[in-house]
Ligand binder design. Structure first.
Ligand code: 5GP
Length: 201
């Protein structure tokens, strides 16, 4: 069986990547989501095993020792990592997999899986990003400034990605992501078995 494709989606906070992926998964066929492990505390409404596998720092460190994570990083004082087995199982079963991870993790995944496809979600403008962060209403002014500065840092990595999607209008951004997935599946390098079969007919 042909292996699935690996996609990495990154975006600074406030760019709407969670919403884009939620919409995509409503209709996507044969695309799996890799549920990361983290040592951060669950936010309201987050479910263990759905949004994240919530672990203590000690448990997470044990996972690192046991090489159970493909990559991991410390972000804002918490561990985040991609479980190795779940991702490998889905890919081996021919399923495409999406990882929603931050920029350093994405660079590490690219080193491990050079064939993977990196997608970065951009805000339409920095002004709009700040406005969206403010709209959440859950952050202090200091946090908003910190998050905007963090976004600027993360944006520096965007040029290492394969596709840049602007999340101005949600439906358009979801459509763009769908197109990226379709286009990746049509790449010549991934269609050699098909070409070979045709030539042998
Ligand atoms: P949050 O705490 O807001 O859910 O996530 C913080 C950041 O960590 C986000 O950019 C998110 O994409 C990233 N992240 C989530 N899971 C992983 C992971 O498994 N590995 C890496 N490197 N980053 C992750």
């Amino acid at each position: 069986m042909e292996k699935g494709l690996l996609f990495v989606v990154s975006a600074p906070a406030g760019c709407g990547k969670d919403t884009i992926l939620e919409q995509l998964f409503k209709t996507a066929e044969n695309v799996g989501y890799s549920v990361s492990a983290t040592s951060r505390a669950p936010r309201e409404g987050e479910i263990d095993g759905v949004h994240y596998h919530f672990r203590t720092r000690e448990q997470f460190e044990q996972m690192i020792k046991n090489e159970e994570v493909l990559e991991y990083t410390e972000y804002c004082g918490n561990y985040y990592g991609t479980p190795r087995k779940a991702v490998e199982d889905m890919l081996n079963a021919g399923k495409d997999v999406i990882l929603k991870i931050e920029v350093e993790g994405a660079m590490n995944i690219k080193r491990l899986f050079p064939e993977c496809c990196l997608v970065f979600i951009l805000p339409p403008s920095m002004h709009e990003l700040e406005r969206r962060l403010r709209k959440r209403g859950t952050e202090t002014e200091e946090k908003i400034i910190e998050r905007t500065a963090q976004a600027r840092e993360e944006l520096k990595f965007a040029e290492n990605y394969d596709y840049l999607i602007v999340n101005g209008e949600l439906e358009k951004a979801v459509d763009d992501l769908r197109s990226v997935i379709s286009a990746e599946k049509l790449r010549k390098s991934r269609r050699m078995p098909l070409l070979q079969a045709l030539r042998n007919e």
